[in-house]
Design a protein around this ligand. Sequence first.
Ligand code: ADP
Ligand code: MG
Length: 386
Amino acid sequence: MGAVEVRDGFVALYGAAPDGIWSAPGRVNLIGEHTDYNDGFVMPFALPHTAVAAVSRRTDGVLRLHSADISGDAVELRLDELRPESDKEWTAYVAGVVWALREAGHPVTGADIHLASTVPSGGGLSSSAALEVVVALALNDLYELGLERWQLARLCQRAENVYVGAPTGIMDQTASACCEDGHALFLDTRDLAQKQIPFDLAAEGMRLLVVDTRVKHAHNEGEYGKRRAGCEQGAAQLGVDALRDIPHDGLDEALARLDDEEVRRLVRHVVTENRRVERVVALLEAGDTRAIGPVLSEGHASLRDDFQVSCRELDLVVDTAVAAGALGARMTGGGFGGSAIVLVEAADVAAIGKAVEEAFAAAGLTAPRVFEAVPSPGARRLDPAV
Ligand code: ADP
Ligand code: MG
C-alpha cells in the first residue's frame, strides 16, 4: 500500500487530512549477528519495504491508532494511562514510542495515526522497528523536537524493550532510522558510531536474495535470553564489560580461560563475527564485493555450529543456494526461522531461487518467499510530494 492510499485511509477514518506522511523501512542485516547486545558491530541495510504513516497532532492527550493491515476500528488511548507491558497488541509498538518520548520529557500531547506496512511481519525483517521509527520521526517533525536520528532509534529501542517488553538490541531501529539508499550501515553498537558503506550490487552484476522461510519456531524468545545470558557470563569470566572487548587475536587465550563448553562456543561466535563485519567493510571499501560471499557463509556456519540459532529451514536455504552456485549465504536476524540472505551473480537469480523452492517442496515445507533486496533509503518524510 502506498502513501496515497494511507493518506486517503487517514481521511476516511478521521475526517480530515493528516499533517504529514512518513515512511520507515524494514532491514536486512548483511553481517554481524548476535553482536549488538555484546557492544559489537553490525551491518544492516534498508529494504524497499516500508511502514507508511499518516499522522496529525492532537492537543487533548488522546492517541488514536489504526493499521490498515489489522482488522478493526481505530484504537483510542489516553496518554496519561500508558503503562509499560500493559498492551499485548500491535498498538504497543506505537504507543510505546509516544510513551518513551514523553518519559524523556518531550512535550507530545497526542496524535491521530493511520499506517500500513509492506514489511513482512515476524519474518526477521524488522517490521516492528519500521512501525516504531515511522512514528518517532513523524512526532519529531510535528512537535519540532529536534532529535537526531540515532536518538530517535534509542527511544524506539526503549519503547520495544520497556513498553512492549521485548529484549532487543539497537540495530533494528538504527537501521530503519539511519540507513541510506545504495549503502549498508556499518554500526558500532557501543558508541553508535556509524559509517555508510557503498553497497550497490546491481552495478557490479550481483543481487542479494532474501528468502523468508515463513517459519518462526516457538522457543525463539527463551533461547535468545539464554544466549544473551551466556554471553554476559563469558564477558564476566573474562573480566571485560562486553565480549566486544575481546580482540580477535586474543581469542585463543580467552577461550583457554573459559571452562564451560557452551560459553566458549558463544564467545567464539561473537569474537569471530565482529571480525567478519570488519572484513566485509574492508572488502566493500576495496571494491572486492564478490569476496564477501565466503565471509557470509562462514558467518552462517558460526551461527549454526557455535551459536546454535539456525534451524533446518535456514540450513536448507544456505546449503541449497551454495550448492547451486551462490557466492555466499547466511541466516539473518535472530534465528530459529525468519529469513536467510543469498548473494548471487545476477545471471543466477532465477536458477538459485528455483533450486531453493524445489528443495523446500521436496522436504515437504511451506514454500518460502523469495525476493531481491535492494539497499534503500532510511526513514523519511514523504509529503508534500504525495
Ligand atoms: P519482526 O520485527 O521481525 O517483523 P516482531 O515480532 O518484532 O517481528 O514484530 C512483529 C509485530 O509488529 C507484529 O506482531 C505486530 O504486532 C507488529 N506489526 C508489524 N507490522 C504491522 C502492521 N502492518 N500493522 C500493525 N502491526 C504490525
Ligand atoms: Mg522486530
